[in-house]
Design a protein around this ligand. Structure first.
Ligand code: NAD
Ligand code: WQD
Length: 337
């Protein structure tokens, strides 16, 4: 089986490219490198012992897609390409809609033209917005995504729910990933944020190594066990495996299916700080700061549908995520640069 990974040079994409190569699949990556480096793919090749085919290009470019599908006989597409910063999406909503929504539409059109109908979409827990009940299951209502990034994901999800009625050959998985964390255990590939990280774990890692002075914990008065906000952090290798299982599941399913990829366990900011200190042997200085605009108190997954239908569950815990993130940080203090 030959799989096209859009955004395959990025954080989740590179770990999934590796998992696919290790599972014996052929991999073609399309990435415009707007938030990544081709070095990630060189490292993937080093670990796997063989390289993915790399096409540098934009998912919105019809000509690039046309020649890619003509040249490589692709069986399925995993779509990771997109912009993912909530804050940036508030400042530049049109750029987010253009890249994430328009990009997906152009890709789906090119797929239909090439008669490729197996599609796995990297969606996000962001689409759930604020929910009264935890954990969140796929049956929870969506439609109140609190920012343009989340709404761009919802618009693509809507498009994907409509497609099978137009052509029954579509087989579509929508994967709602919770908070990805960690790195490959080799320390060769990992998360490489631009500038100062906005996500918790890379920020904590840079404090631990001394690049940043302290962590600002956004909010100490949430209605949680220790007052800090709670999320469902999932090891990026578990996420990669979830994508492979979804791909397999589409062999026997038509239509559009939604699965949460989370652990089902909530972890507070201070739980994460303590786990990181244990994994690294370093102290992570922190101070309690005001809440961050748009944050919610608690969000964690009900992952039972994926377990039941995909035979997948997250196998790694907080000690694995923090140990692997720390190894990656130590081995690559400046990321791929
Ligand atoms: P990332 O930025 O590391 O990877 C995205 C990749 O897509 C990058 O390599 C980037 O260069 C590429 N890209 C962006 N726009 C493109 C375009 N128009 N054409 C071609 N390539 C393009 O991000 P990630 O964390 O690996 O996220 C991958 C996907 O998973 C995204 O769609 C994101 O929305 C989703 N997701 C991420 C998270 C998270 O917190 N990291 C959580 C849930 C879902
Ligand atoms: C986690 C927790 C912060 C940084 C975002 C996107 C979401 C998804 C994953 C793509 C929160 C706290 C953080 C810091 C802190 N991405 N925090 N100090 O906000 O849950 O989700 O990334 O789909 O769409 O919204 O993740 O890592 O930013 O924050 O106290 O310096 O850590 O308040 O509770 P978040 P995060």
């Amino acid at each position: 089986m030959r799989v096209l990974l859009t955004g395959g040079a990025g954080y989740i994409g590179s770990h999934t490219a590796l998992a696919l190569l290790q599972a014996g699949r052929e991999v073609v990556v399309l990435d415009n490198l707007c938030n990544s480096s081709a070095e990630s793919l060189a490292r993937v090749a080093r670990i796997a012992g063989r390289a993915p085919v790399f096409v540098e290009g934009d998912v919105r470019d019809r000509d690039v897609l046309g020649s890619l599908f003509a040249e490589h006989l692709v069986d399925a597409v995993l779509h990771f390409a997109g912009l993912k910063s909530v804050g940036e999406s508030l400042a530049q909503p049109l750029r987010y809609h253009d890249n994430n929504v328009q990009g997906s539409q152009v890709l789906l059109e090119a797929m239909a033209q090439a008669s490729v109908f197996n599609f796995v979409f990297s969606s996000s827990a962001t689409v759930y917005g604020e929910q009264a009940q935890m954990p969140v299951s796929e049956a929870c209502s969506v439609g109140h995504a609190p920012n343009p990034y989340g709404r761009s994901k919802l618009m693509v999800e809507d498009m994907l729910r409509e497609l099978p009625a137009s052509d029954p050959r579509w087989r579509i998985a929508i994967l709602r990933s919770f908070n990805p964390a960690g790195a490959h255990e080799s320390g060769l590939i990992g998360e490489d944020p631009n500038g100062i990280p906005s996500n918790l774990l890379p920020y904590v890692a840079q404090v631990a190594i001394g690049k940043l002075p302290e962590l600002a914990v956004f909010g100490g008065d949430y209605p949680t066990t220790d007052g800090t906000s709670v999320r469902d952090y999932i090891h990026v290798l578990d996420l990669a495996e979830g994508h492979l299982r979804a791909l397999d599941a589409l062999q026997t399913r038509t239509g559009t299916h939604v699965w949460n990829l989370g652990t089902g366990r909530g972890c507070s900011v201070l739980d994460m700080v303590r786990a990181f200190e244990a994994a690294s042997g370093r102290t992570v200085p922190y101070r309690i700061a005001p809440r961050r605009f748009g944050d919610m108190a608690t969000c964690y997954a009900d992952p039972t549908k994926a377990e039941r239908e995909l035979g997948w569950r997250a196998r790694r815990g907080l000690p694995d995520m923090t140990r692997d993130a720390w190894r990656w940080q130590q081995m690559n203090p400046n990321g791929y640069r």
